[in-house]
Every structure is written in C-alpha cells, then in structure tokens.
Design a protein around this ligand. Structure first.
Ligand code: AMP
Length: 417
C-alpha cells in the first residue's frame, strides 16, 4: 500500500531538529518576559471575517493564501495566517484593557498560508508573535525594536539588518494613495496584471510585488515617507532618537510597506541576505486603528512576528548543533549487570542526570559506539566482574581516563562530576 505523506508545505519537526526549536522558544520566553510580556494562547481556527476585516480584503494573504472553509453548519472559518488579529480579538473579547490599558502579550505557534513552498517559505510555519496595547508613545516602538535586537543577539544570530519606515496614518496615506495612483497610471503598460489591479484596489501593495519590471517602476514611485503629516513625522523622529539612545542600528527603508493593511506609522523588518528570496526574518509595526476596526475600543497597538523556520535555518548555517544528548551512558554486560544498570539508569534520571542505556543486549563494543555517537561525557561500565567486586567502571570520554566507583556511592558520585 502507498504510504501517506504530510500535506505539501507542512513539515514534521524531528528529534535532532526540535532542539533548535526548543532553544529558540526558551530564549524567546526569557527575553520577552524580561521586557514584561506575558504569554497568550489563542485558537488556530477563527472566523474568516476576523482576518478579512483585520488584515485587509485586498491583501495577498486574504485574497490568495488563506485556508478558509465553510464548516458543516455553514460557518466560514479560517486557519490563522498570522497572530495579530487573533490577539487583538482576544484583547477586546476579554476586556483586557479593563485590567490595565497597557498590555504586553506574546504568542508562539503555527500559522497557515497557502503560498508556493520553497526554502524558508511553507504552508504551515511558526511565529513568535509579540503585541503591546495601550501606548502610543514612540518610546514603546523603540523599546520593541531594541528587544528584538536583544533577542537576536542572545540567540546568537548575526548578519541581519533592521529596516524601519513610517507608513503614516489613514489621512496621510489617503493623500499618498492618490499621488501613487497617478504615478502608476502613467506606467500601467509596464505593470504586471496583479499590479494593474492593485493600482485601483490597494496601490501601496504594489511595493510588495516581486515581478522585476514592477520593481523597476516602483523604484521611482513616490513613497509614503516623503509625504507623511506632521504628527506622524514627529513620531518617526522620536522613534529614531530613542533608537540612537538605545544604540540600536537601523536603516531607513522608505519602500518597505509590509504585506498587511493594518499598519500605521512605525513599520520595521529584520532582513537577511543569507536565505535567498525569503529575506525577511521578522517584521511588524504599529497598528493604531486595528482594535477599533475589529469592533473594540480606540486603543493603539504595536507588534511584530519572527518566522521561526527562517530564524532556525539561519542559526543552523551559523552555529554548531543545538542537539541535546544524554550526558551519561550505562554500558552493561550479562543479565545481573543489565538488571542493575536498569535500576541505576532510572535512579540517575530521577536525580536529574540525563542518562541512557542499552535495552537490546548489544555487545560492549556496540554499546560504546552508541555512547560515542551520543557524544556523552561519561560511560558507566558494568559487567560480571564489576558486579562481583561491587563497583562500576567510570570512563571519562574526553580524557579516556577510567576509575572504579563502589556501587553504593552511585548516583551521588555522578552528581558530583
Ligand atoms: P508577516 O506576518 O508576513 O510579516 O511575516 C512575519 C514573518 O513570518 C516573516 O518575516 C517570516 O519570517 C515569517 N513568514 C511569513 N510567511 C512565511 C511562510 N510562508 N513560511 C515561513 N515563514 C514565513
């Protein structure tokens, strides 16, 4: 019978890989919690309307990429393509602002977009998502980007650049839209069919287009940063001042627009040149109107998401293995020794030591090979001879030195290694 494969673009994360994930998740939790963020977990399935209203009807995500379906009772649902809309929904639904207006939340988990799979782009992928509500001050924008930098440094990622931009507010965006439409009008012959459509529906999205001839046209297009209003301009200046105060390097990129409609003012992306076409490791920005658009109070918000697959691909290119293996291996020969080794293994584990043993009755040579493959620091050898003497041989794998330890002194002796 033909074996069943996973859905295209959706990956298993196997032992040997999962250690990277654990490292990233642990470091993320540590850093985020130091900055005052608390975890929130929301469902992967939401009402379709949440995303079409939240992200924007004429974005690629909503138009082309969502896993949306009608359930058995005719309700339209979608697998979440990103986390912000869900977190905002939860914030409103549970009235979190009643507790503190200012809420700092983070979520880890899978997102779903039906894109064309390639290296760094999958249909199920994972994000570290960070959201802060209730503060409009540019200090928070800078703090968030600083925190992102601290996280990436703590995890040891190098060779990435932080791009920042301001996307203005609905007012300055409207004026820019008219100007951009005018410009695109004069170049419409050159534009791809998608961009010709976007010109009417959502001209800012043309900046996202990957088609080369469109990118050429857009090189000279009027960008938003050049025409943001005074309050938006002041906000951006203050963000930059705080970034300098925090000694956090950035590059101003007036062409970065982000793929979602809800952003206002500050937008940012962490860019790499080490992943081919998928050059964004993470990104985010301010979304001051989103809570209101989703039927909640007028509360400002800002957030970002890091793509875990891309982050891990980069880390794997840059770092040694993150594999976690047992520290101690018990090699036993003969029934009596094996039975004792079984008990000892459990005792060492219960005492907090990562320990592994052979369950298959393999030869000593084969057991030593396995211990070597695991990269353990110590092997405890137990045979008939050792059992008679009431000892175990402790071999230090690094120094290859060997000593005898009375059985009654184990596991205490091991804990003192
Ligand atoms: P976005 O919500 O589109 O700004 O995405 C934020 C981050 O999620 C990106 O910078 C990527 O690292 C990651 N990401 C987005 N889409 C995918 C995908 N299809 N596969 C893998 N990672 C993705």
């Amino acid at each position: 019978m033909e074996s069943i494969q996973a859905v295209k673009g959706m990956n298993d994360i196997l032992p040997g890989q999962v250690e990277w994930w654990q490292k990233v998740e642990t470091t993320a939790r540590e850093v985020l919690e130091n900055f005052g963020y608390r975890e929130i977990r929301t469902p992967v399935l939401e009402k379709l309307e949440l995303f079409s209203r939240g992200i924007g009807e004429s974005t690629d995500i909503v138009e082309k990429e969502m896993y949306a379906f009608e359930d058995r009772r005719g309700e339209w649902l979608a697998l979440r393509p990103e986390a912000t809309a869900s977190v905002v929904r939860a914030y409103i639904q549970h009235n979190l602002q009643a507790d503190f207006t200012m809420q700092k939340l983070y979520a880890l988990g899978p997102m779903f977009r039906r894109e064309r799979p390639q290296k760094g782009r999958y249909r199920q992928f994972h994000q570290i998502d960070v959201e802060a509500f209730g503060v409009d001050d540019p200090m928070l924008d800078a703090e968030m980007m600083y925190m992102l930098r601290v996280f990436l440094e703590r995890i040891g990622l190098s060779g990435v650049v932080l791009h920042i931009n301001s996307l203005g507010c609905p007012q300055c965006r409207q004026e820019h839209k008219v100007r951009l439409q005018g410009y695109l009008e004069t170049h419409q012959e050159t534009l791809c069919p998608d961009c010709r459509k976007r010109r009417h529906t959502n001209p800012l999205r043309t900046f996202d287009c990957k088609v080369e001839r469109c990118q050429k046209v857009l090189e000279k297009a009027p960008h938003l940063l050049g025409s943001i209003c005074e309050p938006c301009g002041t906000h951006f200046e203050r963000v930059k001042d705080h970034m300098e105060q925090l000694r956090t390097p950035y590059l101003i990129n007036p062409r970065m627009v982000r793929g979602l409609d809800y952003y206002t003012r500050t937008a940012f992306e962490v860019i790499t040149d080490q992943l081919g076409a998928q050059n964004a490791v993470g990104g985010g920005g301010r979304y001051n109107g989103l809570a209101q658009d989703l039927g909640g109070p007028d509360i400002p918000g800002i957030g970002f998401a890091i793509g875990m697959e891309r982050l891990i691909l980069l880390l794997q290119q840059q770092q040694e293995e993150a594999r976690r293996m047992p520290k101690i291996f018990l090699a036993a020969m003969g029934e009596r020794a094996r039975t004792h080794a079984f008990l000892l293994t459990q005792e060492l584990r219960a005492a907090g030591l990562e320990t592994e043993m052979d369950y298959e009755g393999k030869s000593l040579k084969s057991q030593m090979r396995r211990a070597d493959k695991y990269g353990v620091s110590h092997v405890l050898i137990l045979g008939e001879e050792e059992m008679d003497k009431g000892v175990a041989k402790l071999r230090n794998m690094a120094g290859k030195s060997q000593q005898e330890i009375p059985l009654e002194d184990l596991p205490a002796a091991m804990k003192n290694l």
